[in-house]
Design a protein. Structure first.
Length: 220
């Protein structure tokens, strides 16, 4: 399993991408829109090995700051509209929970550019590993079987306690899917509202067929 998939050593955070106003209007903020757009772009890649460079700046504007001291005043622009890599990886891992034919990997390439790459399904985060979520006041105790050479009995002993963590369950996976469904017809790409889960359900085979159909239409 590739460590690049791990967020805080296997901790996945559920994200409410959509917010609802007091008047019932649904919206997605600029940061979440950008993260989901990157997920859509990754899901639209045609084959294993495809990759693209990620621009970490999700909104191109700046805030003018003024620094006043005894000697002089200075002004400078500060741009803090960059995505956190862990937030991106977390979204990709949430998507990966529902993919069977590939996985989405976030990593640095040889030029130290942040990229998203389509990799084989065998690299899935969930294979042979437990996933966790952060829960206040929760704990997970790992137990191991011990064989007593004198009594020939097998006993269990506590090995390690993980504080503030709980297992990521099937119910959590269902909630993750509901959170993605909430984005349907709310998320906009190129000025048009899209159904995010349509991209989530497409397989590489489906994408290849779509690509071939478009080629046939052009040559017809």
């Amino acid at each position: 399993m590739n460590k690049n998939y791990l967020v805080n050593d296997g901790v996945i955070k559920l994200v409410d991408f959509v917010s609802v106003s007091s008047k019932g209007k649904k919206s997605i903020n600029a940061k979440n829109s950008y993260l989901l757009a990157l997920a859509v772009k990754a899901l639209s890649q045609k084959s294993i090995g495809c990759n693209f460079v990620v621009d970490t700046e999700y909104k191109h504007d700046a805030v003018r700051l003024t620094n006043k001291t005894v000697c002089h005043n200075s002004r400078y622009d500060k741009n803090s509209n960059t995505i956190n890599t862990k937030d991106l990886v977390n979204v990709l891992n949430l998507v990966n929970l529902f993919l069977e034919d590939r996985q989405l990997l976030c990593r640095k390439n040889n030029n130290q550019n942040l990229i998203i790459q389509i990799v084989r399904p065998e690299a899935a985060l969930i294979i042979g590993k437990s996933l966790y979520k952060r829960v206040k006041n929760a704990s997970i105790i790992t137990t191991v079987e011990c064989f007593d050479l004198v009594t020939n009995e097998v006993t269990e002993e506590d090995e390690k306690t993980k504080q503030g963590l709980a297992f990521f369950t099937e119910d959590d996976k269902k909630q993750a899917l509901e959170n993605f469904k909430a984005c349907d017809n709310v998320l906009e790409l190129d000025g048009k509202k899209i159904v995010f889960t349509d991209f989530l359900s497409l397989t590489l085979k489906d994408l290849e067929e779509i690509k071939n159909n478009k080629k046939s239409e052009k040559t017809a």
